[in-house]
Design a protein around this ligand. Structure first.
Ligand SMILES: [Mg+2]
Length: 295
């Protein structure tokens, strides 16, 4: 299915597209997490399995954490960092099947009473914040210091490295462009401008020119952002992006989740594949969270 040339008509459709596109990407890519690149990969359904033996449509940490961010937003103008800390601790106590090293260490520090923003991991450049941040694009705040502080606080709660802060900011720039009615080209442009304006220390436009077999898809935050950006530049449909990114393996659930949020933000939920949406176990909960925020 080709993407619509016009953006989705309503904010609700785009917001649901962003949040559910993320969850679909997570579930689709989970099958291929940690796998080697496979140019013959061509699944057309969400089948689960993978390293952790997921049920088809089961949320992995990407969806769990993205819902924690949504639950930490009392409204479209507020973000509650303390609530997020409590939700992270609660999640950790449920012993999630898949949890990143940086996140786990950060939550243990928070459990031991680390001050918010006081002791973030500054060495790790893992993608644990980028995999969950998408919901903050729904905040209806101007791109000014109070909003940037919310973004940065959210990142630094677990990931203190500057590249993690900047990657989250560049992704949110793209998602906001989509949510505001932009089309694919406008989302690409917003991310390019954000990378330039924020002095992103890598050539994001150059990455988009890589061939599929050169594309890195590790859990390094820069690779994840670049892979998602590559997919919106090079793929003409949500399905094509999911299949190409999952085929690359590596941190496939996260690259597919971040790319899925980007595609959904401009195409809207009505243009996501129904057969994929229908197997997402957290679908109703995500719909409820997004609709409550928009109400
Ligand atoms: Mg995951």
């Amino acid at each position: 299915m080709e993407l619509p040339t016009k953006a989705a008509s309503s904010l609700e459709s785009r917001a649901l597209g962003m949040a559910l596109g993320h969850a679909v990407g997570d579930a689709f890519g989970a099958t291929r997490e940690f796998a080697e690149p496979d140019p013959t990969f061509s699944h057309t359904e969400i089948v689960g399995g993978g390293t952790f033996g997921w049920r088809a449509g089961q949320p992995t940490d990407d969806t769990d954490l993205a819902m924690i961010v949504l639950r930490s937003m009392p409204s479209r103008t507020e973000f509650d960092l303390k609530a997020m800390r409590s939700l992270l601790i609660e999640w950790h106590e449920c012993e999630p099947i898949d949890i990143g090293v940086t996140i786990r260490q950060a939550i243990v520090r928070l459990k031991r009473g680390a001050a918010l923003g006081g002791d973030p991991e500054t060495h790790s450049e893992a993608n644990g914040s980028l995999m969950r941040v998408a919901g903050l694009s729904l905040l209806d705040l101007p791109w000014m210091p109070p909003f940037l502080k919310i973004l940065e606080d959210q990142t630094r709660l677990t990931h203190g490295h500057e590249n993690c802060v900047l990657a989250d900011r560049i992704l949110i720039s793209g998602l906001r462009a989509g949510l505001r009615g932009g089309d694919r080209k406008e989302v690409i442009r917003a991310m390019r401008l954000s990378a330039h304006g924020n002095k992103w220390p890598f050539d994001i436009s150059g990455v988009a020119t890589l061939s599929w077999d050169q594309l890195p898809t590790t859990g390094w935050v820069c690779d994840t952002l670049h892979a998602a950006f590559w997919s919106i530049v090079n793929c003409r449909s949500f399905e094509e992006a999911m299949v190409k990114l999952a085929a690359r393996g590596g941190d496939a659930d996260t690259t597919c989740a971040v790319a899925g949020a980007l595609f959904g933000s401009f195409s809207g939920v009505d243009n996501l594949p129904t057969r994929w949406l229908n197997v997402i176990e957290a679908k109703e909960e995500i719909e409820h969270l997004v609709e409550s925020l928009l109400r």
